[in-house]
Design a protein around this ligand. Structure first.
Ligand code: ATP
Length: 768
């Protein structure tokens, strides 16, 4: 039998939320794969110091770490590691402790250090031999440094990955603060300048601008083309003229002008407050957010990213041969991928150099596609009525906006962005209130809905609003009357429709498409932007609102687990929504470390319950109080017709024989969330704009062209590493499980295995 591999994990550089999830995933996955797991405390400092800084980790050592902020194994800035003698000692400590492989989670500095360490490794070993510090026998099995990088940083400053572990948690903190500030800014009609972190990278500032609909944003890699003072005053003045009572300017701490001079919040304040001709005379305040941005527990997205990437890192280590390129783990849209470490380090360096050399085009090109997309989204949704991107009149369209189904976080942000984009392009965006039901009955005596042009000032406030401001309804067009809907579309002379919603919205688009032969007025381009907490719309792996829901569930589970910290021996059986899709149950389970999750795709069998109950009995038998919190089981509301949360909790209680207890808990509509998560808001903006651009491809009055083109009824979605538009016909016929109202293939099923492995859930016999 091959000797056990000894895998160590380290967190380095600035701490970021999610680092503990990385450590938990690496430790448990390593143990699961039959390896020994170690933690190197205090980053590279621990590697250089050796001794107690390198500790063997057991399964239970990382219990409860998913919900802990910062890094529990410590991090430090290590001066010694910058120099070769420091790295020499680190190499010696690795060999003396028998560490075969190292997973390093940190920012661009940490990964640069890792890349250097890897390149130098053979020469470090030679030097240790030459100096007599190690013998040939000692180094025999360490010829190749098996190393994998994970990007943990709140700045999102590493090239090659869309997101770094911790960046969405930091963004959430920022947006939370901006949302608070907006209320007071609006009340007093004030301007606020909010300084956020990001010495070299403007991701946090930019995305906070997108998520909150800020008036102006300053980022290091893309200064304003001309005089920023003039540009900012024009925009703010225009917004004030439109009637805005608040002004929010977000500035990254590393923001510079086109000549490389630092832009200080005080300068911006003076300009906004200036009562003279060039200023705006606004009551202006500065808020520097500082370290609150690092604080707190990781949001759902970061927990998922950290966990999946930690698992992938262990896999990469075990698959590596001496010829394998050293990799780091990245995410591209929705796909976890391995990428060359050297390349990322190189591009990050090039980017910093480009900013330094004021080559801003190059700096932007070195950022990931999502960054450039968001930058453009930001410009087009903020610079209202600038008039410079208007289409010629013959291409300007009248576009109807409609929400269908239950409300989901991000619906309003999507509307706001799409409306702003339309206004800038010269289109006429029209709100259809309360879904198809509202459309069909808005002429009644007691109108359910209304059809009216959007008021920009009203919409501008929607970036962070939960629910659906234009109202939503589950009624399908067939229930409202297809002929009536077709007539109304003709009467209002809509050139296109943007529909935002979940499975009912999907069904609605399908009905409209199929009715085209009968009602030619339905031959207009129709685009569906999926928005539902259930994330069950075919054609996409992500729906707006699902991230908000996961955050609500994660917070709920964290709190409820903590409530058991006094008794410590309690199992909570929590019922989740999600229709006949187990997505939110599974992902929440992954993010909170649930003991088990039950989903409709698998159903619930007696064998399963038996296996999980036995597992719980074992767990509590060996638990001598070391686990501080209660345990959680998640049950989707439609997982079984018989075994619901109450019954499962009852079964567990009965079988616990008073050694532990069990309670059921139903969060219900809390899962739809209050304020949408910044992830949902930012994605809403980006996807909504892409939808309008897609509709623009068809232009005004495109009935004849539309009929022939399958892309004229389409669903926008994130699939793997791409944002794609899939024709409705293809989805209806090939990818939809109509009776269960979900896609035939659940892209997330693989995550169940990971969740099961990391929570130690035994494998039960699969139902036939
Ligand atoms: P953050 O993005 O939060 O700042 P970071 O990983 O970039 O995280 P740094 O302080 O730049 O943080 O780097 C962390 C540690 O990595 C340093 O203290 C040092 O030990 C090591 N390191 C960084 N750059 C190098 C380098 N060029 N050579 C060797 N080691 C380095």
């Amino acid at each position: 039998m091959a000797p056990k591999k000894r895998i160590a994990v380290m967190t380095s550089g600035g701490d970021s939320p999610g680092m503990n999830c990385v450590v938990r995933a690496v430790v448990r996955m390593a143990i699961h794969m039959g390896c020994d797991a170690f933690a190197v405390y205090e980053g590279y400092e621990g590697l250089v110091r050796g001794g107690d800084y390198i500790k063997k980790m057991e399964w239970d050592d990382v219990r409860g770490w998913l919900s802990e902020g910062g890094t529990l194994i410590g991090t430090a800035r290590c001066i010694a590691f910058y120099e070769r003698p420091g790295r020499l000692t680190a190499a010696k400590n690795m060999v003396l402790n028998g560490i075969d492989a190292l997973v390093i989670c940190g920012g661009d500095g940490s990964l640069t250090g890792a890349d250097k360490f890897r390149t130098e490794w053979p020469s470090l070993l030679d030097e240790l031999i030459a100096k007599g510090q190690l013998s040939n026998d000692q180094i025999a099995s360490y010829q190749h440094l098996n190393l994998v990088g994970l990007v943990g940083s709140i700045d999102n400053d590493v090239s090659g990955t869309d997101a770094t572990i911790g960046c969405y948690s930091a963004l959430s903190r920022i947006c939370e603060m901006v949302d608070y500030i907006e209320a007071t800014a609006s009340s007093h009609s004030r301007a606020f300048i909010i300084e956020v972190m990001g010495r070299h990278c403007g991701w946090l500032a930019l995305l906070a601008g997108v998520a909150t609909g800020a008036d102006f944003v300053f980022i290091p890699e893309r200064p304003q083309d001309h005089d920023w003072r003039r540009e900012m005053t024009i925009v703010v003045r225009r917004h004030r003229k439109l009637g805005k009572r608040k002004t929010i300017v977000i500035v990254a701490e590393g923001a510079r002008d086109k000549n490389g001079a630092k832009i200080l919040p005080e300068e911006i304040r003076d300009l906004l407050a200036d009562k003279g001709e060039s200023g705006l005379g606004l009551d202006t305040r500065i808020t520097t957010l500082g370290h609150v941005q690092r604080g707190g527990t990781a949001v759902a997205y970061d927990r998922m990213l950290a966990t999946l990437q930690g698992v992938e890192a262990v896999k990469a280590i075990l698959e590596a041969t001496s010829d394998t390129e050293t990799c780091f783990i990245a995410i591209k849209e929705n796909m976890i991928v391995r990428k060359q470490l050297t390349k990322a380090v190189q591009s990050s360096k090039e980017l910093a150099a480009a900013v330094q050399a004021k080559d801003f085009e190059k700096a932007m090109s070195l950022r990931d596609t999502e960054f450039a997309d968001q930058y453009n989204s930001y410009l087009t949704t903020t610079n209202i009525s600038a008039g410079d991107c208007k289409l010629p009149e013959r291409s300007q369209m009248k576009i109807g906006f409609i929400n269908v189904g239950a409300p989901a976080g991000g619906m309003n942000a999507a509307m706001r962005a799409a409306v702003a984009f339309c206004i800038n392009r010269g289109h006429e965006p029209i709100a259809i209130h309360n879904g198809f039901a509202g459309f069909a009955r808005h002429h009644d005596d007691k109108p359910l809905g209304a059809v009216r042009p959007f008021d920009w000032l009203e919409v501008d406030n929607w970036a962070s609003k939960g629910g659906s401001e234009i109202g939503t309804n589950r009624e399908l067009p067939s229930e409202s009357g297809l002929e009536l809907i077709a007539n109304l579309i003709e009467q209002y002379e809509f050139d296109a429709l943007l529909i935002i919603g979940g499975f009912e919205a999907f069904h609605s688009v399908s009905q409209l498409r199929k009715a085209r032969d009968e009602f030619p007025s339905l031959c207009i381009p129709i685009c569906l932007l999926p928005a539902t907490i259930s994330n069950n719309v075919p054609g996409t792996e992500y729906s707006l609102g699902s991230d908000t829901c996961l955050n609500e569930l994660v917070n709920y589970c964290d709190k409820i687990k903590q409530s058991a910290s006094a008794s410590r021996r309690r199992v909570f059986v929590i019922e989740t929504q999600g229709g006949r899709s187990g997505y939110i149950a599974t992902l929440s389970g992954l993010n909170v470390g649930a003991t088990a999750t039950y989903i409709p795709e698998e159903g619930i069998s007696l064998e399963m319950l038996n296996s999980d109950v036995k597992h719980l009995q074992e767990v509590f038998k060996h638990d001598r109080g070391q686990s501080r919190f209660g345990r959680v089981i998640l049950v989707n509301e439609k997982a079984s017709n018989v075994y619901d949360a109450k019954l499962i909790a009852g079964i567990i209680r009965e079988e616990a024989h008073e050694r532990f207890e069990s309670r059921e808990s139903i969060p219900g509509h809390v899962q739809q969330g209050g304020i949408p998560s910044p992830t949902d808001r930012c994605r809403a903006v980006r996807l909504a704009i892409k939808c309008i651009q897609h509709l623009e491809d068809f232009g005004r009055n495109a009935h004849n062209q539309v009929k022939k083109d399958p892309r004229s009824t389409t669903v926008i979605g994130i699939q793997g590493s791409e944002v794609v538009f899939t024709p409705m016909k293809e989805l209806e016929e090939q990818e939809t499980d109509w009776s269960n109202r979900r896609p035939k293939m659940a892209h997330w099923l693989g995550m169940r295995e990971v969740a099961g492995i990391l929570s130690g859930r035994p494998i039960y016999p699969k139902p036939e």
